[in-house]
Design a protein around this ligand. Structure first.
Ligand SMILES: *[C@@H]1O[C@H](CO)[C@@H](O)[C@H](O)[C@H]1NC(C)=O
Ligand SMILES: *[C@@H]1O[C@H](CO)[C@@H](O)[C@H](O)[C@H]1NC(C)=O
Ligand SMILES: *[C@@H]1O[C@H](CO)[C@@H](O)[C@H](O)[C@H]1NC(C)=O
Length: 297
């Protein structure tokens, strides 16, 4: 009996000291593997000889700042970016799971919400719906994935990483481009004036009242459709916006409307827009007048 205990203790000692000696087992990485994809971002460190792609995943999990790796010919190349990705015979691209894109540069959001607005206008170079009814402002609210698109602001809010994923709900390999904030520019490829804004704002209050009135001819013309009245943060049915069910949030100068087909505002976002607060403006057509008003809870 004493001998068996001694052997057991020795085996345990041997196992634990092996574990101590093997740095790759501190954190077991969770990765997704993509054969025949290369990541062309520069290596963080000299490539390391390892016997499996799983070891490469673990090495990345144990390396600060590593978000992806490429395993090729027994060599593991660590990367601090998950893109650019290119097809290539041989290498396996390995993406660490649960890594937000550009984690080291994301704007702080504790107690705040990050609102990324993308304004696109057909007529004027102001990128302002109050002077151009064709302007549409789509919103990435609080780091929500829209379709296969995600947006991340950098810390000083001067640029936005625009991440396009190959899979639904922002999964799978991704490609990232950078967009400058605060400038309205003509974009020849989409034949429109586009601007991007990154706002980090205190979380909005719930249960305040937002009213959206839409009228022909002028605001308060009498030719108005029934105003849509929202309690902020509450899923509300409305015929006015391009989803059946909408959550409204009010900020100092604009209202965000997030619309869903789902009756409880779950799942896929149908549209997510921002409109000015407290001014009458034309939207969609030169004859449709819209005004959003706010009353505190
Ligand atoms: C992968 O990309 C790196 C960086 O651009 C390049 O040096 C390497 O040759 C590529 N590997 C393969 C197998 O295409
Ligand atoms: C316009 O092009 C930019 C890239 O240049 C893209 O990010 C944006 O989504 C496009 N806008 C529309 C409305 O297609
Ligand atoms: C923002 O998103 C986080 C989860 O990512 C959630 O916990 C938080 O309540 C959201 N904030 C608002 C104001 O919607």
């Amino acid at each position: 009996m004493r001998f068996i205990l001694f052997v057991a203790a020795f085996v345990a000692y041997a196992v634990f000291s092996l574990a101590d000696a093997a740095p790759l087992t501190n954190v077991s990485g969770e990765c997704t593997f993509y054969p025949n994809i290369n990541i062309t971002a520069p290596d963080m460190l000299p490539a390391k000889f390892l016997i499996s792609s799983a070891d490469c995943c673990n090495l990345c999990a144990n390396t600060k700042g590593c978000v992806a790796s490429v395993y090729n010919n027994y060599f593991c190349h660590l990367k601090d970016a998950q893109s650019p990705q290119v097809g290539a015979q041989g290498p396996t691209a390995i993406l660490q799971m649960n890594v937000p894109p550009a984690p080291t540069t994301a704007a702080p959001s504790a107690g705040n919400v990050v609102i990324i607005r993308e304004v696109s206008c057909q007529q004027s170079g102001q990128c302002d719906v109050t002077s151009d009814y064709t302007c549409v402002t789509s919103v990435y609210y609080n780091n929500t994935c829209l379709g296969n698109q995600l947006r991340v602001c950098n810390t000083d809010q001067t640029s936005i990483a625009a991440v396009t994923f190959s899979g639904a709900r922002c999964s799978g390999p991704s490609a990232t481009t950078q967009e400058a904030t605060g400038t309205c520019e003509f974009v020849p490829t989409n034949q429109s004036y586009d601007a991007h804004y990154c706002d980090v704002l205190p979380a909005p209050v719930k249960y305040a009242t937002v009213t959206r009135t839409s009228c022909d001819g002028s605001c308060n013309s009498g030719a108005c459709v029934t105003p849509a009245v929202f309690s902020t943060g509450v899923c509300t049915a409305t015929s006015q916006l391009s989803g059946e069910f909408t959550i409204a949030w009010a900020f100092p100068t604009y209202v965000v409307y997030i619309s869903y087909l789902d009756v409880s505002c779950q799942g896929t976002v149908q549209s997510s827009i921002a409109e000015p607060l407290g001014v009458c403006f034309t939207s969609g057509s030169s004859n449709t007048y819209v005004e959003n008003t706010f009353a505190s809870a």
